[in-house]
Design a binder for this molecule. Structure first.
Ligand SMILES: Nc1ncnc2c1ncn2[C@@H]1O[C@H](COP(=O)(O)OP(=O)(O)OP(=O)(O)O)[C@@H](O)[C@H]1O
Ligand SMILES: O=P(O)(O)OC[C@H]1O[C@H](OP(=O)(O)OP(=O)(O)O)[C@H](O)[C@@H]1O
Ligand SMILES: O=C(O)c1cccnc1
Length: 489
């Protein structure tokens, strides 16, 4: 993983059906068939217009550590079917013991803005191996992309204010908390309260103090003064334990004492009540006392909607602490990414692909076949449209014609000189990592650069524009032909 949290093999971090299918491929002699799977999602989360791709660093770490340990194999030997007999033959267990991943993987770099139906990760290799990777890859990409997207939404509404992630105590378990802290930083948070995430992932750590500190003293002034005494270079005082504005006055007293010692009152924190009213009143008190550079931090079940509203109300808050609603992706608990087989071939690389499709009554759920790549066109103002094409269908010609996803009779042509970028880049070649991994700060910077190139209408919180994503003409024709063929038409 990015930096190890667990010192254990994670190769069994998959659904049982992946292992039984792997056994099936092995037993029926098809394990080495070359497959292509695409990982994609169908709908942007939170009713938004975009998603931030995240989780690739952990995918790389997962694949690099992939091997079945002796203990993993011992456990697999104990699994039995409904007749009480072992599920797997010993020869299969030995096959797994010797298994080394040889997949070729292309992916969209972390921090890229992505849209529904675009392959975020494309896995090509022996079908048995691709299958074993389905569940862990989905687990890693779905959650991190979800949280990075939530964080990006918060960053957009917070504008240039400071955004702190305070979620560990409310997160879904240890891994939920750790992963969320990483993805929240990538999405745009400035720092986390999670100290282990700070250590493992190189994220800045920040914090104030809790109500318990104030409650542990007989009076609030003494609590503030003692805190300032012991940590004079880190004083942000939580002022709402009893009466918020009285608390601000006491914090100002402490601020004067700090000043006399050559230090400063960095901030006060509001954690209850009407945050707009209280921040405006607190600002007045602070300014009147000469503490114009003391920040007002707010927390208490904040999310992007409340922050937007508070700003509209003229709240004087410049530091936002967001916990529960960020790290749990409160209003949408999962991204819903899927991993679908798109092509298969037997034997050598010169054989043609046998394209695969999954039909559905709902058109949006019908999968797209092919060795997909995403071409993003742009001009000097930003991103224009994304065209999903098959890397093998256009021969030596550049793909140029995109079918409108909402009306197949409409086409959009890109001329040969249009500027574009192909989003999927090589990550693993035949099992070897070939990717020069950016550090977490570069990934975070990429998010902001990408968002800057996105039309404001696509970024707005309510009823955003749909960014144009379509299939290249040949891929569209292939998909249509396969649908008709499967339906027997
Ligand atoms: N001016 C405001 N406009 C919109 N939302 C606000 C405003 N002030 C606070 N909020 C939000 O309203 C919610 C208030 O939560 P709640 O009803 O639990 O009150 P509280 O102030 O936390 O009370 P308690 O004293 O019990 O902690 C929080 O999500 C908070 O962020
Ligand atoms: O509201 P969230 O967005 O989840 O942000 C984290 C919350 O955790 C703390 O409250 P808690 O009552 O747990 O402890 P405290 O005594 O420090 O307020 C903090 O004061 C925030 O209100
Ligand atoms: O440092 C803080 O103020 C903090 C940390 C975690 C949760 N709530 C607040």
């Amino acid at each position: 993983m990015t930096n190890k949290l667990y010192d254990t093999s994670l190769s069994l971090l998959t659904d049982l059906y992946q292992v039984t299918m792997a056994y099936g491929y092995w037993k029926s002699g098809t394990a080495e068939k070359e497959a292509v799977f695409n990982l994609y999602f169908r709908k942007n989360p939170f009713g938004g217009g975009y998603t931030i791709a995240c989780g690739l660093s952990n995918v790389i770490g997962y694949i690099e550590q992939f091997s079945f340990s002796r203990k993993d194999l011992r456990y697999l030997r104990t699994l039995t079917g409904n007749d009480g007999q072992p599920l797997f033959e010993e020869a299969f267990i030995e096959y797994l013991a010797a298994l080394k991943l040889s997949c070729t993987i292309d992916a969209i770099p972390e921090g890229t803005v992505v849209f529904p139906n675009e392959p975020l990760v494309r896995v090509r290799g022996p079908i048995l191996q691709c299958q074993l990777l389905e569940t862990p890859l989905l687990n890693l990409v779905n959650f991190e992309s979800l949280i990075a997207t939530k964080s990006a939404r918060l960053r957009l509404v917070a504008e240039s204010d400071t955004l702190l992630e305070f979620g560990l105590r409310r997160a879904q378990g240890i891994d939920g908390g750790m992963t969320a802290s990483r993805a929240a930083y990538i999405g745009g948070c400035d720092a986390t309260s999670n100290v282990l995430a700070g250590k493992l992932y190189d994220i800045p750590v920040r914090g104030t103090h809790a109500h318990s500190w104030v409650m542990s003293f007989d009076d609030e002034q003494q609590a503030f003064d003692t805190y300032a005494q012991v940590l004079p270079n880190n004083v942000t005082l939580l002022v709402d334990t009893y009466d918020t504005l009285d608390g601000v006055r006491l914090a100002i007293e402490t601020g004067h004492k700090l000043r006399a010692r050559g230090y400063r009152l960095a901030g006060i924190r509001l954690d209850s009540g009407d945050l707009a009213y209280l921040s405006i009143e607190a600002r007045k008190l602070l300014d009147e006392a000469g503490f114009t550079d003391t920040s007002i931090v707010a927390s208490n079940d904040l999310d992007e909607t409340i922050i937007t509203s508070l700003k509209q109300q003229g709240a004087k808050i410049t530091v936002w602490g967001v916990g529960t609603k960020l790290v749990t992706a409160f209003d949408q608990p999962a991204l819903g990414g899927v991993y679908k087989l798109a092509a298969l071939r037997t034997g050598d690389a010169h054989k043609p692909w046998d394209y695969k499709i999954k039909l559905s009554e709902q058109a949006i759920k019908t999968s797209t076949p092919g060795i997909q790549q995403v071409r993003r066109y742009r001009d000097e103002r930003g991103f224009l449209a994304d065209m999903i094409f098959d890397e093998t269908l256009n021969g030596t010609h550049q793909p140029t014609t995109m079918i409108d996803p909402l009306d197949f009779t409409k086409r959009r042509r890109f001329d040969a000189h249009a500027a574009f970028e192909d989003l999927l880049v090589p990550i693993f070649a035949a099992g070897q990592c070939v990717y020069d991994k950016p550090d977490i700060h570069a990934i975070r910077a990429r998010v902001q650069a990408q968002l800057a190139a996105l039309h404001p209408g696509v970024k707005r919180l309510v009823n955003p524009h749909t960014y144009p994503v379509g299939l290249e003409r040949h891929l569209h024709d292939l998909k249509t032909a396969l649908i008709l063929e499967r339906r027997g038409e």
